[in-house]
Design a protein around this ligand. Sequence first.
Ligand SMILES: [Zn+2]
Length: 250
Amino acid sequence: MIDTHCHISKEDYQDIDLIIQENIGSGVDKIIISGCTKESIIESLEISKKYPFIYTTIGYHPSEADIITENDLNILENQIKTNSIVGVGEIGLDYHYGKENKEKQITLLKKQMLLAEKYHLPVVIHSRDATEDTISILKEFPKVKGDIHCFSGSAETAMIYKKMGYVIGIGGVVTFKNSNLFRAVEAIGLESIVLETDAPYLAPEPFRGQKNSSKYVPYIAKRVSEILNIEVNEVAEATTKNAVSLFDLK
Ligand SMILES: [Zn+2]
């Protein structure tokens, strides 16, 4: 199985090497980490160089919209050109804490969509309370494909993304008792799902509230298999294939 999206940083884990070693034998054999601030991009590039089964996507998170300058975008482009990364992200829009800097977020997203298009890379999209704007911006870049990471929306929204050629990142939320995410899983089916943890956040049941880790992907796969009424092996196989193909993992 593949954890298509998580964060591994010294800020969150005391011993990074230990947290990585922990995954060996868990059934998770490839991990895609996301560097999404200036600092974590550098850290993610270093980690992915050290471990052959760890890949990285890089891009500025919408939370960085107020501080990212034109020069930072040039630095990012240079990092994209000179490192072997597998995608641009996580990038996107987040109106959860307010829309005051909405225009800045939109500009930052569009500039990074352009980079993804230019370098033929998939994107990892973060969209929180911003579905409408996210969809309309992604539609401006029909050549770019990607992953709607940590999806928690409706079946209808998931179907819109699916029709646009995006896959849906399903994480720990699907295991929560009060979650309606099963409806989206049923609607899109296995062919459009990739698994992710978004560690250190959003640990699946029965670890909800604790620090998340890639080794918990099998718990997410199991829940997806229950929703679709199929064997967990089928979920593992199909979601691995989807991730390998989207991110062109070798
Ligand atoms: Zn994330």
